[in-house]
Design a protein around this ligand. Sequence first.
Ligand SMILES: Cc1ncc(COP(=O)(O)O)c(C=O)c1O
Length: 450
Amino acid sequence: MAVEIGCSRNTVIAAYEQLLAEGYVEARIGSGTVVADTLPNFALDNSQQLSDEDTSAMPRNLSKRGDKLTNLPADSHFEIQEFIQGANDFSVFPYKLWQKLQNKCWREPQSAFMDYARKGGYAPLREVLAEYLRVTRSVRLSPEQILITAGTQQSLDLCARLLADAHDMVWMENPGYWGARRIFEANDLNLRPIEVDKDGISPSPVDLQTTPRLIYVTPSHQYPLDVVMSLTRRRLLLEYAASVGAWILEDDYDSEFRYRGRPIASLQGLDHRNRVIYLGTFSKVLYPGIRVGYLVVPQDLVEPFRTGLADIHRPGQMAVQAALAHFIQLGHFSAHVRNVRARYGQSRALLQYTLQNQLLSSARLSNADAGLHMVIHLPDFCDDVKLATEARLEQIDIRPLSAYYIAPPATRGVVVGYGYMPLNEIVPAATRLADLVNRHIVATHQPVLL
Ligand SMILES: Cc1ncc(COP(=O)(O)O)c(C=O)c1O
């Protein structure tokens, strides 16, 4: 056959082997290879095969929930807000050290490393984490109250499943974190969008007549509006949650990044009635792919949450948890936090300075001095979705603020991430961004004709 069709013998052998492996032919000893009597089930003849056009017109056969979830314009690359496409800089991460600690775990292996994670995760990690949260975030806890998860998404999922039933109401900051929204929708909860002002979540008198089961907030740095929840607002929220028996889910995703002033204590630390579940993650401060986060739950929820985590999510990654425990214990984590905080603080200051100097006065910058993103607020006549699309054509990856709203957007703007961008790229990139935004404002502005 190789001679007949003019290819190499190996190609023919490989083709035969493939046909054999897939069940199209049978090798019979003494009589060679023949076409199989019965074809594999998945073999459709040409007349049955569907073109891409046909399949796109077919119902997708998803559940109603699945349809709703996958039709929403979320995007996994929301995780890292790039600002300039492809310019992610993870060089600040201490790779060598991290590798050494992981190797150390495998050099002195324990059978626990090969097992599922039990009892809420690796005990030494829960111990060092408890100490860290007590000191840096004023969280009131003992190590048993911590459950190590595969990140905030999983933590939120567990809370939604264990604390709420289908159609229960959840208050969400509006605009708010799309990842939390997806989890609540995936659990068939009813979202009630609550406005955010300069002091954080701001329920109206009508909102205060409702009885949410869950209240999801990002108090130390609102996502995406870049504001810090005031102490007065924190107290009001705690008071209200206690009065209606709601659970507050406090997502403290980037509290390490506060560049000026003293951080306000966590909501959990201010709470005396055990209404707060505190959620943390290593996605921002280390790297998102590590998939390690944690929950701090009130004492009486420890057992149900351990059972729920084990039975629903079957956690593992004990060796990573052990390496992380060493990383924190040996002081490398604090050193890394200091290092990246200084670095991101510089990025933020440079970006702020450059944009402030170059943007038209009708564009306003958010100013929380925290986190890894900021917002350029735009006049109402702007179309932020169009602007983000125009930006993408110029390799600038910004997010339209309106995409973060549950109800129709109240304000226009773009969310700009700077944490993962090389420092030397900030000024040229900000200059290009300011130019683009200014062009959009000028082009969309319609002067009022008298
Ligand atoms: C508001 C908010 N919470 C939490 C996270 C982190 O989620 P995870 O721990 O699942 O990576 C992010 C990441 O972008 C976020 O923006």
